[in-house]
Design a protein around this ligand. Structure first.
Ligand code: TYD
Length: 210
């Protein structure tokens, strides 16, 4: 029996997901829930090793298919080793990215066939579909400003250095996913004040899950 809830956060790089996840975790903990925070790719020793390969700037020769298989490999390990047992213990699991990122980046972004991406996503996640997904959307000007900051801090990885055209395709992919699954995916526009964004997210979580 899975008594915990599973929430995923999605959005383009620099959308402020990580900050919002912390706010939501604090809120849920204040209500007495046990919360486990994860990020994809990662979250297990094996998945973190795969993450290193995926993000390494030296691996510029990686094919789109290899990239897809590695994301799915990291995910299938995380689902079975960590997520399923946590949900069975009644823990609320929040993941910074999950299978929708693969649809958006490898499907819409890289242009791999969407039916293949969906099939592999389904294999990797089994029946662990998120109970709800928060898609954080950011206006293009705000996104450029935030990514510029990361660049200055020397924090860019192999996927951060992709072109604006690629990123626009990824954004369009996320929008398409939200349109296809309105009962699971909730679009939240990032507000100038982080606290305002956090409040919008809390309201959705309360409405759907509490
Ligand atoms: P990360 O540094 O965690 O990025 P962010 O802070 O933006 O979440 O790096 C993860 C990168 O991998 C990010 O650019 C998105 C990309 N990604 C995919 O392309 N496919 C996937 O399935 C996942 C989970 C991530």
């Amino acid at each position: 029996m899975r008594t915990g809830k599973f929430i995923t956060f999605e959005g383009i790089d620099g959308s402020g997901k990580t900050t919002q996840i912390r706010y939501l975790a604090d809120y849920l903990e204040s209500l007495g829930y046990e919360v486990l925070l994860l990020r994809e790719p990662g979250g297990t020793r094996i998945s973190e090793e795969i993450r290193r390969i995926l993000l390494d700037l030296k691996n510029e020769g990686m094919t789109a298919e290899t990239e897809l298989f590695l994301f799915e490999a990291a995910r299938s390990q995380l689902v079975r080793e960590i997520i399923v047992p946590a949900l069975e213990r009644g823990v609320w699991v929040i993941s910074d990215r999950f299978h929708d990122s693969t649809t958006a980046y490898q499907g819409y972004g890289r242009g791999l066939p969407l039916d293949m991406v969906r099939e592999l996503n389904n294999r990797a996640i089994g029946d662990v579909m998120p109970d709800m997904t928060i898609l954080i959307e950011l206006r293009a000007d705000a996104r450029k400003k935030r990514l510029g900051r990361r660049h200055d801090e020397g924090m860019r990885d192999r996927l951060d250095v992709e072109s604006e055209v690629f990123k626009q395709r990824v954004c369009d992919g996320f929008s398409a996913i939200a349109e296809e699954e309105p009962a699971r995916v909730f679009r939240i526009e990032s507000q100038d004040d982080k606290e305002d964004t956090a409040k919008l997210i809390r309201e959705q979580v309360r409405r759907i899950l509490l």
